[in-house]
Design a binder for this molecule. Structure first.
Ligand code: SF4
Length: 496
């Protein structure tokens, strides 16, 4: 078993601590191990851990009582927790360690949902506040102090600020802003804000302006049945509100700086889960697949199956790679930490060329500029602009090489027979031609069309590109004709 498999197993099955193996973590803290140098926080208490085949004894890991070959290190309890602020408030009531190098602090008043039947079963803030482990009216100054001390004493390198729903609408934003600024001022660390999609997307802009580096807007599950059971409030907000917030967050902070935790192992529909992850990746949001664990009011009949997790990780990692998305893009938060999800272990080397749908108006602007260079300035096919009013409703694909947009095309709903999409505006910048970029764009266009249920593609193809289209299975339809004096050929691709 390699380190990735061990970590995946530990996250799903938990870990039994034999007497003297490691000190039990303080309430609200997790035990942090490094396995082969990677941080992992397995469940170590309760029946879950008691029934685990994994145990830690005498500094070594065991599976079913047999030693397992792996380097294991138990991190000491975080030292900042033993300190207090000038008024004598323990910093452990202000923030807690997250993984090996993160800090986690709930900010603002307790979430409105916590006092309602709609509260989330996995909520950790509500129970911690009821138990007096977490201070409800902590100040930004206290949060900044905790971050600075945790940085100095425990080598904390990033901070997660968590806020629930605070009335009036968007009330949580001011707490996130004030605490972000306090953390930046006192510790200079990258910050992730973890929140529900706000009622007004302009609030996301306020967070970005305040210096938030990453945003986590976690739907938790794409299976409505599961969501109604564990997070009815999130179900009530509706997918559209999440979609709007994800899109705006990626526009503000960039792809890979926005994440959505997806808890699995709750009896969810795996197809719906994967479809949801695909949707996130296409938007530039990291789908942080995470095995569910007991905690808060969460009831789990059985631990998540590590094999099931591995399959999801693998599929999501390929999709992320193909869309140029990587956990390394996240400067803060759960995506950076990797201590509660083993997705990092399945990540793949990024390809040189990434072809994916455009994600936001800024990318569309870059694509339109590239088209202008090719169709207007270079080829002179049209005089002033190639924009015809259809770009807003089109699906645009872009090919990125070395992080720069090198080629584009668009897909429009067909205007003749149902089930056909119209492909057009295929343009590759001059310096990138002859490297298979157009072919890759066309292949991805067919894939996107197939996924959207299209029966085929049609296009008016420039004469010089007919052999390329033909090589990819496109058929000529009718006789050649001229567009603005340039010879074209109507062609189609059957996707049936
Ligand atoms: S939205 Fe967040 S803070 Fe509110 S109940 Fe759910 S987990 Fe707790």
């Amino acid at each position: 078993m390699d380190n990735a498999q061990i970590i995946n197993q530990l996250l799903c099955r938990g870990l039994r601590l034999e007497p003297g193996a490691a000190p039990m973590p303080a309430p609200g803290e997790d035990l942090v191990l490094r396995v082969g140098g990677r941080a992992v926080c397995p469940v170590v208490s309760g029946p879950w851990a008691g029934d685990s085949p994994w145990s830690l004894a005498g500094g070594s890991l065991r599976f079913a009582g047999e030693p397992v070959e792996a380097t294991v290190e138990v991190l000491p309890a975080p030292a900042f927790r033993a300190e207090s602020d000038p008024a004598g408030v323990p910093l452990g009531r202000i923030a807690r360690r997250y993984g090996a190098d993160g800090l986690w602090a709930a900010v603002g008043p307790t979430c409105l949902f916590w006092a309602s039947p709609n509260r989330c079963a996995f909520c950790l803030v509500g129970p911690a506040r009821e138990a007096g482990q977490d201070l409800e009216d902590k100040t930004p100054l206290q949060v900044g102090l905790a971050a600075a001390r945790a940085k100095e004493l425990d080598q904390v390198a990033h901070v997660m600020l968590v806020a629930g729903l605070v009335p009036p609408a968007g009330g949580e934003i001011k707490h996130l802003i004030a605490c972000t600024q306090a953390v930046k001022g006192a510790a200079g660390l990258p910050v992730e804000a973890v929140l529900l999609p706000p009622a007004f997307t302009k609030d996301l802009k306020r967070l970005a302006k305040a210096g938030v580096d990453c945003l986590d807007l976690s739907l938790t599950s794409f299976d409505p049945t599961v969501l109604s059971r564990i997070a009815p409030a999130k179900l009530g907000l509706g997918l559209d509100r999440y979609m709007e917030a994800w899109a705006e967050s990626v526009r503000l902070l960039g792809a890979g700086h926005v994440s959505c935790t997806i808890l699995v192992g709750l009896g969810e529909d795996s197809d719906q889960t994967l479809e949801g992850c695909h949707l996130l990746v296409e938007m530039g949001v990291i789908p942080l697949i995470t095995p569910a664990r007991p905690g808060g009011e969460m009831e789990l009949p059985a631990p998540p199956d590590p094999e099931y997790l591995a399959g999801l990780y693998q599929e999501v990692a390929v999709y992320m790679r193909d869309h140029g998305l990587s956990l390394a893009q996240a400067q803060a938060g759960a995506a950076r930490s990797g201590a509660y999800s083993a997705l990092w272990a399945w990540e793949l080397e990024p390809p040189d060329l990434v072809v994916r749908p455009l994600r936001n108006p800024d990318e569309l602007k870059t694509a339109l500029a590239l088209r202008h260079r090719v169709f207007v300035e270079e080829q002179g096919i049209v005089q002033d602009t190639d924009q015809d009013g259809s770009d807003d409703e089109a699906l645009h694909l872009g090919a990125w090489q070395g992080g720069e947009l090198a080629g584009v095309l668009r897909l429009l709903a067909g205007d003749e027979e149902g089930g056909l999409l119209r492909l057009g505006r295929l343009a590759v910048r001059q310096e990138s031609r002859g490297r298979g970029m157009a072919s890759e764009l066309l292949t991805q266009a067919a894939e996107q069309a197939r996924r959207r249920g299209a029966e085929g593609l049609t296009a008016a193809v420039q004469a010089a590109n007919v052999p390329l289209f033909a090589r990819l299975g496109w058929q000529k339809r009718g006789e050649p004709f001229a567009i603005h004096g340039w010879e074209h050929q109507e062609m189609s691709l059957d996707l049936g």
